[in-house]
Structures are given as structure tokens and as C-alpha cells.
Write a protein that binds this ligand. Structure first.
Ligand SMILES: *Cc1c(COP(=O)(O)O)cnc(C)c1O
Length: 349
């Protein structure tokens, strides 16, 4: 017998890192350990609740303008959404409509395969090498589109602009999305290449380097035709994705560049210090250009370290997935938080 259950869309959802209710040392979802700019706090206090009566600007013009000015583009080159997850999902819907499979690395942000399934997009994964590096030549074949994060997650490895350019040169007929969620932590952005390659879409977020994961703001920059196509899809789906407060406060954050640069540098410095201390404890790791480290221990199993740390109220991320099930992804917190991590690890190991 047929039931309504036969018509339910069956998806295996992405599983986000835990958000524990009690206070713990939280190094599991790559949030920024520092609060957003004091300008954001000021803006929140000056926020006029009266405006909530009205629908927000569906074009998100003010925020797009601030971002365009900051990066040296026109507002028509900028698309904003509810975190980069929303932006990327919208980009999948907009650009990945071929019968040919889209390509992404086998070890990467695990949301890509979920969106592909949700939107019924065929995909193939491309294996990274034994050092977790993307093999660019393996992307030089017929496909329906390409997406990868740079730096890659969870490996933290960042490729050069020339490397990305090679992938673009060999994929002129499809849209290539570069997910730069972690680019501000020492990598080289390919934003400038969007002027040269009309098929390149670069996605960034306020959630990591800009300390605003809770506000949900992400954006894409690309040539005007790409951005127009994304807006056509957005306006066919939900005209008002961005709420009034996000539109207003996001712009204020971007204007405080000094604070943004200062906190980002601090995280990079903490990362480099933490690497050395982890090495002394017998850990190995990739060359991270992100706000997290991807580590494995010479003798103790990652899963056991993960569980032992949790007992001590220190949360890191463990993925029970092929090839990476002996690795941990550890977010860079404050210096004090990393001190606690090292102390705890000394007790565990
Ligand atoms: C964190 C992350 C995102 C999504 O971040 P939002 O909070 O939705 O902006 C996208 N891609 C990668 C690789 C990430 O790690």
C-alpha cells in the first residue's frame, strides 16, 4: 500500500559539532574565541527595534555595498546569505544542473555531499593524496562543476593562487566554487581571479575570522552574471533571507578592519605556538593555514583522546570517517584555552 511516507524526501543530514549547554572549553566548531568588534556591540545597542515591523531590504543593498567597497568590487558582484552554508546551497541550486557529476575532494567539508543529495546533483569525489593534498590534475576531466574549500577542511591545508588558477584554466566550461571560509588565517585569497574568470565564485563567511557565527552571514563574490543568476534563484525561493539586524550589524563589523586584523593575527600566533607544544607531546599535523589544527598522535588513538578530553570538558572534533578516523580537528581558542588543552593532554597521554 502506498502511503505519504513514500513521497517524503529522504536525506541524511549534515551533523554539526555539538553545542553543549554547560560551559566547556569549546574547540570543536571553529568558532572565533574573541568577541566581535566593539563596534558591533555599539551597533546592537543602537539598533532600532521599530524597523523589525518592516520586511528587510530583499536586495541587501547596504551590506553588499560595504562588502563590495571593502574588497574593491561593485555591489553587483556580491551575494549575501544566511551564513555561507546558505550561500553555497543556493550556488549548488543555481550552477550545478548538469547530468555530469560535480567534483570535490574525498576529504572535505562534509556538507557538500549532503547538498548534492538534497538537490539531486550527481557527484564524484576526488581522492586527496596520502598527505591529504588535493591533486589538481584529477580535476581536469569532464564534470558538471567543481567545489573545494581553500584552506581545505578539515585538513587545514591551503593551496596557492597559481594552483587554483590551474584548476580554473582546466575547467573553463563549468562553475568553480572556492569556499574560503578560513582564508583570513594566512592563506592567499583568489578573489582577484573573479575579474579574469567569469566561472569563478568565491564564498566567504562572517562565522570564523569575523567572530559572528551566531549572526549567520555569508557572502559570495563573482562576476555580475553569476551573482544575478544566484539572485534569480534566491528570489524564487525566499526573498527575505537576511534579517534586519544581520544586514545592519554585518556592515558595522566590516568597517572595523583594525580589530578584525588584530584578532586574526592573535589566532595565527596562538596556532603557531600550539603546534610546537603539540609536537613535544608526540602529535603530528598538517601545515595549517586555518583557525584549527588537524592532528594525529604517534601512539594514542584519536578517538580515545577525543573521549578523554571530553571527560575533562574540553570538546574537540572527531570524524569517524574513512582515512581520517585517527585524526582530531582542534579549533584554536585563546592562549588560556590552549594552556588548558595542553595541561589536559599531558594528563591523558
Ligand atoms: C564553517 C564552514 C562553512 C559555513 O559557515 P557558515 O557559518 O554557514 O558561514 C562553510 N564551509 C566551510 C569549509 C566551513 O568550515
Amino acid at each position: 500500500m502506498k502511503t505519504w511516507r513514500d513521497n517524503v524526501r529522504k536525506v541524511v543530514p549534515y551533523v554539526p559539532g555539538e553545542q553543549p549547554k554547560r560551559k566547556v572549553i569549546k574547540l570543536n566548531t571553529n568558532e572565533n574565541p574573541y568577541p566581535p568588534s566593539p563596534k558591533v556591540e555599539e551597533a546592537l545597542q543602537g539598533f532600532d527595534a521599530e524597523c523589525l515591523r518592516l520586511y528587510p531590504d530583499p536586495d541587501c543593498f547596504s551590506l553588499r555595498t560595504v562588502l563590495a567597497e571593502y574588497y574593491g568590487f561593485e555591489p553587483e558582484n556580491v551575494f549575501v546569505g544566511v551564513g555561507s552554508d546558505d550561500v553555497i546551497s543556493m550556488a549548488f541550486m543555481t550552477f550545478f544542473n548538469s547530468d555530469k557529476p560535480i567534483l570535490f575532494p574525498d576529504i572535505t567539508y562534509s556538507f557538500y555531499s549532503v547538498w548534492a543529495d538534497l538537490h539531486k546533483i550527481p557527484y564524484e569525489t576526488v581522492a586527496v593524496d596520502e598527505n591529504f593534498k588535493i591533486i589538481k590534475e584529477d580535476f581536469y576531466r569532464e564534470n558538471g562543476g567543481v567545489i573545494f574549500p581553500n584552506p581545505n577542511a578539515p585538513t587545514a591545508i591551503c593551496e596557492t593562487l597559481e594552483f587554483v588558477k590551474d584548476i580554473l584554466e582546466n575547467n573553463r566550461d563549468v562553475v568553480v566554487i572556492v569556499d574560503e571560509a578560513y582564508i583570513d588565517f594566512g592563506g592567499e585569497s583568489v578573489l582577484e581571479l573573479t575579474r579574469e574568470y567569469d566561472n569563478l565564485l568565491v564564498v566567504q563567511t562572517f562565522s570564523k575570522s569575523r567572530s559572528m557565527a551566531g549572526m549567520r552571514i555569508g557572502y559570495a563574490i563573482g562576476n555580475q552574471e553569476l551573482i544575478k543568476a544566484m539572485n534569480d534563484v534566491k528570489f524564487s525561493f525566499n526573498s527575505y533571507t537576511m534579517n534586519q539586524s544581520a544586514l545592519y550589524i554585518g556592515g558595522e563589523e566590516v568597517k572595523d578592519d583594525e580589530y578584525f586584523k588584530k584578532t586574526t593575527q592573535k589566532i595565527i600566533a596562538t596556532r603557531e605556538k600550539t603546534k610546537e607544544r603539540l609536537k613535544e607531546l608526540g602529535f603530528e599535523y598538517t601545515d595549517s593555514k586555518a583557525n584549527f589544527l588537524f592532528v594525529t598522535h604517534k601512539t594514542k588513538k584519536a578517538k580515545d583522546i577525543f573521549e578523554d578530553l571530553k571527560q575533562k570538558d574540553i570538546f574537540v572534533r572527531y570524524f569517524n570517517l574513512p582515512r581520517i578516523d585517527n585524526y582530531l580537528r582542534i579549533t584554536i581558542g585563546t592562549d588560556e584555552e590552549m594552556d588548558s588543552l595542553i595541561t589536559a593532554l599531558k594528563e591523558i597521554l
